[in-house]
Design a protein around this ligand. Structure first.
Ligand code: FAD
Length: 503
């Protein structure tokens, strides 16, 4: 057991945490970041840092004996998942009874494994979800700041129209248009200029080599290359990897102490650290942050936490579905792993849906159009403490997905009718056309203005802040990381100006 002190500690290293670390350091505050995953910068024996989705190995998943990919089967066959050696791999699937949550593990959090889509939500919906924030400032200042710092770019339309790598998107666009639906290009943090060089053989392939959910070896501007690189460049940030924060308490002088386990590659705890700090920023992601706070309230280490802690959780209405195309509508054996197109039917008053046209790069023609639908679902879950297991469980029941499945079905029934096509039932297990048992977009659990004040300061605990996706009340209508980043920028600006003014 060792004891340390840092003026500021940040738990996690995803979007919200990275913004906090950079802005604290720029303001002159020495900051220690605790991240339970690895730093992904060392090539394995194959010369690569990450493995591909087609040939997953120990690097793919967080301490598993077998991969747990979201698309479990093909033609009902268990051909997708592979046996692997347990290791602190980059993608985790946190399984709660009726909902599995995919999250990134490592320095950069979700940015290491995600699809890179950097989408700005419609202003009217942001205002509805977070009415207390000044929308004009968000759209004029914080979204542009976040886009610039994350390195957001868009695909060259001429290249998109001509390349075989986006044939799958063009087919889906045509089918959406037949149904009278609008499609939009989605900005990305994947460098499209790099992707073009991949296509022309001038750069090593990554998005064009099936790399995405287990990490990208090239082209992706993940947080370790953007915010965190800048944070480390200040000389004021230290990132401790393999360090899982387990509990938080407050000392009589008002400082905080984080107890963290440092684990080795086998998952064994090799050291337990206690780190004291004047200011503690929670950026462990929706589930991670809510778990730390719910446990602290229920075990009495932070007994005054608000009843709202653990509430307002949602999956951003995620539902995955797939359609079978006609034989003449080939989607191509070559598919870029980074989505570049979305079907935008969010303005539909009956069933708003924003559906990402998702790739399914299997290396052969399969005639499948795959989509991740983001729907508007008013249902919310609760994170509760299970004292016997010292664990936090997500109370979310399967039937709460019904509004999401109905909305997705309404949109894709329309597309199927217009194109005389049908759903695929062989991909998600259980002969289902809609995969509603997992999410990529966990949000909420420590909602802005309820569990915290309007800037992420935890109610009742001065010096304790929440800075990640747990602030957003369960739904944001588009892929969430740009909003998480912009909101963290907004909150940090205020916190640094007010709480840390004068040192
Ligand atoms: P995270 O990015 O989840 O970071 C939390 C970090 O904290 C992790 O590194 C974790 O290891 C660490 N941590 C957790 N608990 C502890 C602890 N107790 N101690 C120490 N460290 C801890 N969003 C988009 O906008 N566009 C996309 O295209 C997109 N695609 C996605 C694809 C996949 C496969 C997945 C899984 C997600 C995708 N997302 C996408 C979602 C996006 O990645 C998340 O919304 C985002 O990463 C959440 O940011 P965050 O700051 O809340 O926390």
């Amino acid at each position: 057991r060792s004891a340390d002190y840092a003026p500021a500690v940040v738990i996690g290293s995803g979007y919200g945490a990275s913004v906090a670390a950079l802005r604290l350091a720029e303001a002159g505050v020495d900051t220690l970041v605790l991240e339970m995953g690895r730093l992904w910068n060392t090539p394995g024996p194959d010369g690569k840092v990450f493995c591909s989705t087609g040939a997953p190995d120990h690097r793919s998943m967080w301490f598993r004996g077998r991969t747990e990919a979201p698309l479990a089967t093909f033609l009902w066959l268990d051909v997708v998942n592979k046996d692997i050696t347990p290791y602190p791999g980059v993608l985790d699937r946190v399984a709660h009874p009726d909902m599995a949550v995919y999250v990134g593990r490592g320095v950069g959090g979700g940015s290491l494994v995600n699809g890179g889509m950097a989408v700005t939500p419609p202003r009217s919906y942001l205002t509805e979800v977070l009415p207390q924030i000044d929308a004009a400032r968000m759209y004029d200042t914080y979204f542009p700041r976040a886009r610039a710092a994350l390195g957001v770019n868009t695909v060259d339309p001429a290249w998109f129209e001509s390349t075989k790598w986006y044939r799958f998107s063009r087919i889906s666009r045509r089918h959406a248009r037949h149904a009278g639906l609008r499609t939009v290009f989605v900005p990305s943090v994947y460098d499209f200029a790099h992707m073009e060089r991949e296509a022309s053989g001038q750069a090593p392939k990554s998005a064009l080599a099936g790399e995405v959910i287990y990490g990208n070896n090239h082209g992706k501007r993940s947080l370790d290359k953007t915010y965190l690189a800048a944070a480390l460049g200040t000389g004021r940030v230290v990132i401790a990897t393999g360090c899982r924060a387990r509990s938080i308490r407050r000392e009589p002088d008002g400082s905080y102490v984080v107890t963290a386990d440092r684990t080795d590659d086998s998952g064994r705890t090799v050291e337990t650290r206690e780190v004291g700090c004047a200011r503690l920023f929670l950026g462990a992601g929706s589930l991670g942050t809510a778990e730390l706070l719910v446990r602290a309230r229920e075990t009495g280490t932070l007994p005054g936490l608000d009843d709202e802690v653990g509430r307002g959780w949602g999956h951003n209405g995620n539902v995955m579905t797939a359609r079978a195309n006609h034989l003449w509508d080939t989607v191509g054996a070559c598919q870029a792993t980074m989505p570049a197109l979305g079907i935008d039917d969010w303005a539909n008053p009956a069933c708003p849906v924003f559906a990402e046209v998702a790739p399914l790069p299997m290396g052969f023609e399969h005639w499948i159009s795959l989509y991740l639908a983001i729907t508007r679902n008013p249902e919310r879950g609760v994170l509760r403490y299970d004292a016997a297991a010292d664990a936090v469980r997500l109370d979310w029941r399967r039937e709460q997905n019904q509004p999401s499945v109905s909305a997705a079905k309404s949109l894709f029934d329309r597309i199927n009718r217009a194109n005389v096509t049908i759903y695929r039932y062989d991909l998600f297990g259980g002969n289902r056309a809609f995969a509603d048992d997992f999410t990529y977009h966990p949000l909420g659990g420590c909602v802005l203005g309820r569990a915290t004040d309007d800037f992420g300061r935890v109610k009742g605990y001065p010096g304790l802040y929440v800075t990640d996706g747990s602030l957003i009340p369960g739904s944001i209508g588009v892929n969430p990381f740009l909003t998480i980043t912009a909101l963290a920028e907004r909150n940090m600006e205020r916190i640094l100006a007010v709480d840390l003014a004068g040192g």
